[in-house]
Design a protein around this ligand. Structure first.
Ligand SMILES: [Zn+2]
Length: 55
């Protein structure tokens, strides 16, 4: 999944209890709720792993 502002890759970033997507190039943060419909399988898998780690 790519950043809309640049060609950077969005990575899952956790802030307190909130999970968001963060670009690793321009550091722009995206609300997970706004991008969740566009999540691909790769992201969903890693998100599940993150969620498991949080639980
Ligand atoms: Zn970016």
């Amino acid at each position: 999944m790519k950043c809309r502002e640049c060609e950077g890759k969005l990575e899952i970033h956790r802030v307190c209890r909130k999970i968001c997507m963060k670009c690793n190039v321009c550091k722009k943060e995206y609300d997970i709720c706004k991008v969740i419909q566009k999540l691909d399988h790769e992201i969903q898998k890693s998100l599940e792993q993150h969620s498991a780690a949080i639980m």
